[in-house]
Design a protein around this ligand. Structure first.
Ligand code: ADP
Ligand code: ADP
Length: 218
C-alpha cells in the first residue's frame, strides 16, 4: 500500500506536485494517469525517497522511506530512462545490485528467468533493444521480491509484443497480492492495464476511481 497525504514538491516557483492525497492498494494494478509534466515521475521519486517533499508525506506499507527495511525488498521500481546500457552483462549488473543489497545470488537467476533474459544474460547489455533494457530494469525491480512495485511509463516506445508482456506481468504481480502502481499519459493503455486509477493534472489529484467508472464518466 502507498499512502500520500498533502504531498507537495516545488522546483523553484514551479509546483510539480500540489497537495496530493491518494492511496494505492494491494492486489490490483493502479494506473497513474496524467499528461506529460503532470507530476507522475516526481511523485514516484518522492515515494522512493529519491527526492524530498516540501510539504506532506508519503508512506509505503505505513512506513516513511527512511524506515523502510532493506532497500529493494519493500519497494521496487522501474523508472523512466533508467534502462541500463553498459558494458556489463545483465547478469553482472544484477549480481552487483544483489550483493550491495544483501540479496542471495540465486535470486539473480530467478529474476532473469522471470523476465526471459536467461539466454542473453552473459552478453553486454549495451547491445540490448529497448524492450530488453526494460526487462533488465524490471529484473532489478523484482530482485528483492518487493510487495510494492512502481513502473514509470514502462511501455513507452515498445513494440506490441513488449507492451503485452509488461501488461501481463503487472497483472500477474497484482494477482499475487502485490501493490502495482504504473504511470502513463495514455488512457487507451490504462484502460487495458489498470483496475483502478489515480488521475493527476498539473500536480493535483483530479480523481481516484475504478477504471470502469472513470471510462463511464468520461
Ligand atoms: P510527468 O512524470 O507527469 O511527466 P514530472 O513529474 O516529470 O511529470 O514533472 C512535473 C513538473 O515538474 C514538470 O513541469 C517538470 O518540468 C517539473 N520538473 C520535474 N523535475 C524537475 C527538476 N528536477 N527541476 C525542475 N523542474 C522539474
Ligand atoms: P513465489 O516464488 O511463488 O513468489 P514466494 O514464497 O516468494 O513464492 O511467495 C508466495 C506468494 O506470496 C507469492 O505468490 C506472492 O503472492 C506472495 N508474495 C511473495 N512475496 C511477497 C511480497 N514481498 N509482498 C507481497 N506478496 C508477496
Amino acid at each position: 500500500m502507498i499512502h500520500a497525504r498533502g504531498l507537495t514538491k516545488h522546483y523553484g516557483p514551479k509546483v510539480a506536485v500540489d497537495h496530493a492525497d491518494f492511496t494505492v492498494r494491494p492486489g490490483r494494478v493502479t494506473g497513474f494517469l496524467g499528461p506529460n509534466g503532470a507530476g507522475k515521475s516526481t511523485t514516484m521519486r518522492l515515494i522512493l525517497g529519491l527526492d524530498h517533499a516540501n510539504e506532506g508525506d508519503v508512506t509505503v506499507n505505513g512506513k516513511h522511506y527512511r524506515q523502510l527495511g532493506a532497500p529493494l525488498c519493500e519497494v521496487g521500481a522501474l523508472l523512466e530512462a533508467k534502462a541500463v546500457h553498459g558494458g556489463r552483462s545483465a547478469y553482472n549488473h544484477l549480481l552487483c545490485l544483489a550483493k550491495s543489497n544483501g540479496i542471495p545470488r540465486r535470486r539473480v537467476d530467478e529474476v532473469l528467468g522471470l523476465v526471459g533474459l536467461e539466454k542473453v544474460a552473459k552478453k553486454p547489455s549495451r547491445g540490448f533493444s529497448l524492450g530488453m533494457g526494460q526487462r533488465l530494469g524490471i529484473a532489478g525491480a523484482l530482485l528483492g521480491d518487493p510487495g510494492v512495485l512502481m513502473f514509470d511509463e514502462p511501455v513507452n516506445g515498445l513494440d506490441p509484443e513488449g507492451i503485452l508482456w509488461i501488461r501481463n506481468l503487472m497483472k500477474k504481480l497484482a494477482a499475487e497480492g502485490r501493490t502495482i502502481f504504473v504511470s502513463s499519459h495514455l488512457m487507451s493503455e490504462m484502460a487495458l492495464t489498470a483496475d483502478h486509477l489515480v488521475v493527476i493534472g498539473r500536480g493535483r489529484i483530479l480523481a481516484e476511481t475504478s477504471t470502469r467508472e472513470f471510462i463511464a464518466a468520461n
